[in-house]
Design a protein around this ligand. Structure first.
Ligand SMILES: Nc1ncnc2c1ncn2[C@@H]1O[C@H](COP(=O)(O)OP(=O)(O)O)[C@@H](O)[C@H]1O
Ligand SMILES: [Mg+2]
Length: 347
């Protein structure tokens, strides 16, 4: 079977996607799948890439391509249409947010992961919160902040934040990922700076209460009858799990499975599956939680295309359940086909 692997993307998480795609390429079952790679540059240019996979993680793949000679997206769409299935290993905007999923729906090619609706909903942390509230899934207190209001008055939300949230608080772009634009703010004096930075990444920004808790992640796999793996724990090496800690310092620790009471693990798995279904996810998602000292569990966010880098949790949590990375990728591809069948409609 021919599989198109999409990597890069016009996103703040472009570099992470290159690393994720490399791991997928290195672990896919080459007896079953013939790989075609398509890179998307930071500027959004789609380029078929025939070179070595080793040039993908550091970005040097781009240098080997003569851009001018290409009619990039047209060529790529023809290539994708000739494939049996697509794995969009893309994180963040223009890839994990329903845009590419929409394009693949139009092309009629099965693809790995969530569809348009769930991809778009989960990418917007504000939208997720509204749906979680409706589904009665516990989460932290938050205030939604809009760029156009800040532009009129940078202090517009101060009173609401002080009253509902207090300090320290967390400021993050609604459409963020990989901790880009995320700030822990300790005093009101530092709030503006954080808001100004976060609103660069999205016109909607969330201000959340600071949750003093352990970070527990739960891997979910499947379509209508999805299952959850035993949760894992991330122990950041810094004050919080920021971009540097995630991808550069390599000093945060992981504990798989998380050292938590069995009943807590079970309730996290149940919440993860409830959230997965409430958001109409399919294929896969990593659902992230905070676990407070008093045992309270709060859902933090849902990642529809979690990292697949060497240090990423998602595949490791399935490995701990006895599923190799290779068979996980095969399963994800099988799920792409079954979702295509499930979602096909009479026109
Ligand atoms: N409300 C919060 N309380 C405490 N820590 C938080 C809170 N929100 C985010 N964090 C910290 O910031 C990190 C990144 O935030 P997150 O919402 O997961 O965004 P991203 O999509 O960028 O991963 C989390 O892993 C956690 O360490
Ligand atoms: Mg996160």
């Amino acid at each position: 079977m021919k599989i198109a692997i999409l990597f890069g993307g016009q996103s703040a998480e472009h570099n992470v996607s290159r690393k994720s795609a490399y791991s997928v390429i290195k672990n896919i079952d080459t007896e079953l799948f013939e790989i075609v790679t398509i890179g998307i540059t930071k500027k959004g240019m789609w380029l078929p890439y025939y070179g070595a996979a080793e040039a993908i993680p550091d970005g040097s793949w781009e240098k080997s391509i003569a851009y001018e000679a290409q009619n990039p997206i047209g060529n790529c769409l023809d290539i994708i249409s000739s494939c049996d299935v697509v794995f969009p290993v893309l994180h963040g905007q223009n890839g994990e947010d329903g845009t590419v999923q929409g394009l693949l729906e139009l092309l009629g090619v099965p693809y790995v992961g969530c569809g348009i609706l769930s991809s778009a909903a989960c990418m917007d942390k504000f939208c997720v919160k509204s749906i979680l509230r409706y589904a009665k899934i516990p989460q932290c207190r938050y205030v939604a902040v809009y760029r156009h209001v800040l532009e009129q008055d940078i202090n517009a939300y101060n009173a609401e934040i002080a009253e509902k949230i207090g300090y320290p608080c967390f400021v993050k772009p609604a459409g963020g990922g990989s901790s880009v634009g995320v700030h822990k703010v300790k005093t009101e004096a530092k709030l503006h700076e954080a808001l100004l930075d976060a609103q660069k990444f999205d016109r909607k920004v969330l201000v959340e209460e600071f949750v003093d808790g352990r970070e527990i992640e739960c891997a979910v796999l499947g379509n209508s009858n999805a299952k959850a793996a035993a949760p894992g724990e991330i122990i950041p090496s810094k004050e919080f799990y920021d971009y540097e800690d995630k991808y550069i310092k390599n000093e945060s620790r992981q504990c798989i499975p998380a050292d938590i009471p069995p009943e807590t693990a079970q309730s996290i798995k149940n919440l993860a599956l409830r959230a997965y279904n409430a958001l109409d996810c399919s294929g896969l998602a990593r659902v992230d939680f905070f676990l407070k000292k008093d045992g309270t569990v709060l859902l933090n966010e849902i990642n529809t295309m979690p990292g697949f880098t060497e240090i990423s949790m998602y595949s490791k949590m399935w490995e701990a359940e006895g599923m190799s990375f290779k068979s996980l990728i095969t399963e994800l591809i099988n799920l792409a086909f079954s979702r295509k069948n499930e979602t096909s409609r009479h026109t």
